[in-house]
Structures are given as C-alpha cells and as structure tokens.
Design a protein around this ligand. Structure first.
Ligand SMILES: [Zn+2]
Length: 343
C-alpha cells in the first residue's frame, strides 16, 4: 500500500512516500481503508525530533483519519465492512491504574497512531475496534478526520476540564490553529460568548464570520486590557490556549476571579512566569489537557449527529504532496485543517 513515513528525524528530507506492507489485522482490530487524514503539530514533532516518544523507523505518519471498514471480526456487531468510520488515535492499555479507573486518556502505556505505531497517512490502518466509531451522518471524510485530534482536544478542554457554561465568556488564543478553531466552533454551539486573538487580521475576520463575538489583533492591541474593556472590567471565565510562554501573562490577567485557564500546548515556550500571587488571591485554576478519551469522543460524535458541525478545511493535498502539506502547517499561515486526501 502507499504511505507517507519517516525514515529518520530532521526536516522534510526524512519523509518519504512509497510502498509499505498492508497492516496485519489482529483479532479484535478493524482494518480501515482510509479516505482522509489531517496534519497535526505532532506530525511536525515526529518528523523533526520524536524525542521521548518510543517508536521504530520507518514509521507511517498521521494521527487522525476517516475511511471505511475493510475487515473486521466475524462476531463484531457494531461495525460492518464498507461502513464509514472515524478514528480515535489513542490506544490505551486497559490495564494500568488509570485505565482501570476509567481514565484511558491518562494511560501510562498509551499508544498513539503516528507516534508510537503506524498512523493514518496510508491507504490502510489497523487498530482496536474500541477506537473505531461510526461516522456521523452528513459529514464528509475530510471533516470527520479532523475531529479525531483537534475537536476531541477542544471538547475535553471546554467541557470536561473548564466545565464551560452557556452564559460564560471564553477567550481563545491564536485562532486559526486547529484546536483554537475547534474550540471556537464548539463553544459557540454551546452558547458561550467567544473572544479570539490572532496576529493575523485576515484570520480574525474569518473567525468573526464563523461566529466569534470579538476579535483582538495582537499586536497592536493588548489582550488583557481589551478583554477587560470588552467584559466591563470583569474578565473572562475561561481561557483556552496552546501558545504558551508568549501569552501566559496576558492569559492570567484576562481571567475573572475563580476563572479557569486550560492549556494543551506550548509552541512559544513552556516556562512562563507562574504569577502565583494572582493565582491564589484570585483563586484561578490552571488545568492541563491532552487529547480526550473514548467517552468524550463518543459524546463529540453524538453532538455532531444531532447538530451538524463542519470543521474548517484550510487546504487539501494528496499523499504524494505530503511535504507541501507539512510545510503548510509549519508556515502558520493556515486557517483550519490541512487535509491529506488518501484515496
Ligand atoms: Zn493504561
């Protein structure tokens, strides 16, 4: 089968497109014929370093994906050959302390597609039936593929971690990135008021068209001052951010007393000042989050089935154009998901 895989680490030269064996489906697994996948920041990390992530080379890239069931156990009742499906990329061990507690997302032996095992930039992938979900009706393969990492991550941040309420205001940093746009879409569907930030005026215009209530252009605008002006001096209830050090101080200053900051990334640095006095006097909560578990993915898909959701697609590439797709994400110029059309 055709696949895009890394043969080493460091730049686009280590990414190859070529033939790899079709995965052997183990009992309990589903062999999926992929139709679409999307590029995530971790694909760039695996290409450039992969440090700290146990993996063997060559390894097929790609975390999220959607396609059709190619082969499944004869006694499988939930999925049938030919069915359209979407994938949860994290395979939990089922046996560690955290899995036994029902928190597979904290699994100490989590195996992620495209990180610890072969991923979705390929014609086929095989993974446990637990991780394979029927695709919500009314969604295309490209949009469904986008749910598995970014929307799942945003879902957990907003609804599990921050416990966002419909009457609250949320500040989303760096709109245009996959998680930030997903958070905007999901928070608006939940009825919350959304303030977004970006360095790019055109991204802010597009976010406003998607339903954002206010846009902050940084620079020249100061985030915390603008947020306080927009909220009558109060501040926001929830901050969603994955930018890290560059925005941490303004994120903390933008929160109302008792507010919640949820972070899932640190692209500009992971050692900002803690601002402890503000943290305890104003009784703020800082919450870390990564991906989401199977039940959260199931809830996200149920929500999509009830109320159509169209993840924003920035651009489309074929498997042969994977280098250009990775460049597009790395440029930071994208607005929404960079899709790999596999079929
Ligand atoms: Zn586990």
């Amino acid at each position: 089968m055709k696949a895009a895989f890394i043969t080493g680490h460091g730049g686009n030269e280590v990414v190859q497109v070529g033939e790899r064996p079709v995965p052997q489906r183990a009992p309990g697994e589903v062999l999926v014929r992929l139709r679409a996948a999307t590029v995530n920041r971790v694909d760039l990390y695996m290409r450039d370093s992969g440090a700290g992530i146990t993996h063997r080379l060559p390894q097929i890239m790609g975390l999220d994906g959607a396609g059709t069931v190619e082969a499944v156990d004869a006694d499988e009742t939930r999925l049938r050959p030919g069915q359209a499906v979407v994938l949860h990329p994290g395979i939990a061990c089922g046996r560690c302390e955290f899995c036994l507690r029902g928190q597979g997302v904290l699994c100490t032996a989590m195996s992620l597609l495209g990180e610890h095992r072969d991923g979705t930039f390929a014609e086929f992938v095989s993974l446990p039936a637990h991780n394979v979900f029927p695709m919500p009706e009314g969604m295309g393969f490209e949009q469904a593929a986008a749910l598995g990492v970014n929307h799942l991550t945003a879902w957990r941040m907003l609804f599990t971690k921050a416990q966002l309420k419909p009457w609250e205001t949320v500040l989303i940093f760096g709109v245009g990135g996959g998680v930030s746009l997903a958070a905007l879409q999901l928070a608006k569907r939940a009825g919350a008021r959304c303030i977004v930030t970006s360095r790019y005026a055109d991204k802010l215009q597009r976010a406003l068209a998607l339903g954002a209530d206010h846009a902050i252009h940084t620079p020249p605008q100061d985030v915390a001052k603008t947020v306080l002006a927009l909220t009558g001096g109060r501040g926001v209830d929830v901050v969603i951010e994955n930018v890290g050090a560059a925005v941490w101080a303004s994120a903390m200053k933008s929160l109302v007393r008792g507010g919640r900051l949820v972070t899932c990334g640190a692209t500009t640095g992971d050692q900002p000042g803690a601002d402890l006095r503000r943290l305890f006097i104003r009784q703020l909560q800082v919450l870390g989050s990564t991906l989401g578990d199977l039940s959260e993915f199931s809830d996200l898909l149920a929500s999509c089935a009830r109320q159509p959701l169209q993840p924003v697609i920035d651009s489309r590439f074929t498997l042969d154009q994977v280098h250009a797709a990775l460049d597009r994400l790395e440029s930071g110029a994208q607005f929404g998901k960079v899709v790999i059309d596999v079929a």
